[in-house]
Design a protein around this ligand. Structure first.
Ligand SMILES: [Ca+2]
Ligand SMILES: [Ca+2]
Length: 358
């Protein structure tokens, strides 16, 4: 169910906890609302909970104001600012936690949009949290920290909400399970693979990383829910060093030139399904198995059997992009290239057929 009450309750839970409500918590809060038809009981719960936290939080009340601003609005306040804001709020009659929550919930500026976008992402998460395994994983400290990081990536920018919602079930799977996959031009051995949690194209400290084995396989730990980037290593088909960088949308099980195109589209706010269709259409490809996408289809593993034709077509597409763009550095992460600009003419006409059998 999506209505203004649900949205408001999600906003309140985000401000208090920094993570989405579980279906169970949301239902409990809706029950409190339903018992009165207004927020009086919910407000009492909010005030009791937050007042209990004051004693246990560093910096007391203004430490909690800092937390609410960070969790809900994405605003970082230093101690002095938090103290000043707290005094200002109280001086203006915002003298209870429920009044503060209500004030934040009603903001109609960028900060308010951040909070409502986070509530929308939280609602998607809450709706997708529907198996015992997911609920159990979310109840662990690591699970909650992972999801808090995911939610903190949502701002007033609608693209951040679209990205957070993209493939919610597979996003959730990646949050709570290791990601296994393979890096490929030919398979890339000894390549560095990392999860770009903050999506800046650079491997930062704290971002999970690993090195591919001799067959190009990698395992990233649970919580690696950002785009996957592979650099370096050796192409085991040619024996040549790989000097480029490939990217794949979060949750992918392959990283290759075509996932790089998909990742670029997803980064612009397209869904995984849209990105998959766009790349397939641009290259005139069709996957025989409709449950697969380019983010999960391993062409090198399908060179014989039912998917052989598709596999050869995908490799042909990979080869074309490798040759014409990636190796010239025109499609590196952070280059800001729109894949649509790269599509016309590629893989049509001369110069490409030779890659089909590589
Ligand atoms: Ca689920
Ligand atoms: Ca990064």
């Amino acid at each position: 169910m999506s209505d203004s009450i649900t949205t408001t309750l999600h906003e309140y839970v985000i401000m208090a906890f920094g993570v989405p409500a579980t279906p169970e918590l949301l239902e409990a809060l809706r029950g409190l609302y339903g018992s009165t038809g207004d927020y009086t009981v919910v407000d009492t719960v909010v005030n009791n909970y937050m007042n209990n936290q004051v004693a246990t939080t560093a910096n007391g009340a203004y430490g909690l104001v800092q937390m609410v601003a960070q969790n809900g609005l994405g605003v970082t306040l230093n101690n002095a600012q938090a103290m000043e804001l707290t005094n200002l709020l109280v001086a203006n009659g915002i003298d209870s936690w429920s009044k503060l929550f209500s004030l934040c919930s009603g903001l109609d500026n960028e900060l308010g949009v951040t909070l409502s976008n986070r509530a929308a992402a939280a609602e998607s998460f809450c709706n997708a949290l529907d198996t015992t395994a997911e609920i159990t994983a979310y109840a662990t400290p690591t699970g909650r920290a992972t999801v808090a990081g995911w939610l903190a990536g949502v701002t007033h920018d609608p693209a951040t909400l679209a990205r957070a919602r993209t493939g919610m079930d597979s996003t959730m799977h990646t949050m709570f399970n290791p990601t296994t996959g393979s890096a490929q031009d030919g398979y890339l051995s000894g390549a560095r693979v990392f999860s770009d949690l903050d999506r800046d194209g650079i491997q930062d400290s704290g971002e999970p990383s690993t090195i591919t084995d001799s067959a190009g396989n990698f395992i990233l730990p649970a919580g690696s829910y950002g785009p996957i980037i592979a650099t370096g290593g050796t192409d085991v088909l040619t024996g040549l060093p790989f000097r480029g960088a490939f990217t794949a949308p979060a949750g992918s099980t392959v990283v290759n030139p075509l996932t790089t195109l998909m990742a670029s589209l997803v980064e612009q706010g397209h869904t995984l399904a849209e990105a998959n269709s766009a790349v397939l259409a641009a290259l005139g490809l069709e996957l025989d198995d409709p449950t697969l996408t380019l983010a999960t289809f391993d062409p090198l593993a399908n060179l014989s059997g039912a998917n052989a034709v598709a596999a050869r077509q995908v490799l042909a597409g990979c080869g074309c992009f490798s040759q014409q763009y990636l190796h010239r550095g025109r499609l590196g992460p952070g280059r800001g290239q729109h894949p649509a600009h790269l599509f016309p003419g590629v893989c049509r006409g001369g110069g490409c057929s030779g890659h089909a059998d590589r």
